[in-house]
Design a protein around this ligand. Sequence first.
Ligand code: SIN
Length: 331
Amino acid sequence: MKHLVRAVAAAALVVAAPVLAHAEPTIIKFAHVVAANTPKGLAADHFKTCAEAKLPGRVVVEVYPSSQLFDDDNVLEAMLLGDVQFAAPSLSKFNKYTRKLDIFDLPFLFDDLAAAERFQHSAAGQSLLTSMEDKGILGLGYWHNGMKQLSANTPLRVPADAAGKKFRVQPSDILTAQFDAVGALAVKKPFSEVFMLLQTKAIDGQENTWSNIYSQRYHEVQKYITETNHGLLDYLLVTSAEYWNGLPADMRTVLSGCLDEATGVNNKAAYDKSVGDKQKVIAAGTSEVLTLTPEEKAQWRDAMKPVWNKFKDVIGEDLIEAAVASNQSPQ
Ligand code: SIN
């Protein structure tokens, strides 16, 4: 009997050994909606390169750009179901889970990207990373894209020029209210549909950053782009808390380091592209880029800023004050 037990155990080892030697790597999926050659696209690709180099044979990272796997309106649900592990949707796309992040949609809140970064790094900004913990979503950090510009097929110099026109917005009530405030109509549509909607003239205009305008070729289907810098489009890098906390500690440490590196890649590209992609749009010559006078810009600010009042209670006045304070750079 003893011999039989030993023989069975030995046979089991022979069968198990190749399985252990060739343990399958963990698949990590990172889904996003933009093109690969954008700040977020470059950052996701850097994360893949870094993670696979530092965890050889243990992880394979699959990056799905251009809404190939999920659109932003279903990626968070998919993440909670374990169908995707990382995403970095625009900050305008979390309002089903928290209203705190709505703050980033307030028009004319930040003077520039540097001010947004100061707020994101402040105690108030950092506290928002965990604002969806009770829903199982963990914010791992902010990624920049840039300040938004307005486009249409007629010149938009003052708010009255937008009246009666239909603009695509992300799924945010603040962005809808912002266009209501200038007498325009906002339509909430997924990013993947915007080019087609502009091309077929189902909508008149849109708001987005230089990098998204250039990489999605909006400048080929819009005659005028006004440099309004009226709002921010940044991202929250997220994962599921259950997934993140369930990772082996050493793997989590390495992935965390790679995500930090990816943040650096993202933010450098965001600053570079906010200048470089604007120049590429101008060089393409398919649309005219309009620069506002200080008086014209003040008209947009005066028309849109009353929107703050409508949303101050859901966001919290303290949070808004902290964001406004970030416009003062430290001496
Ligand atoms: C993105 O930059 O991820 C897309 C933003 C949008 O939906 O306009």
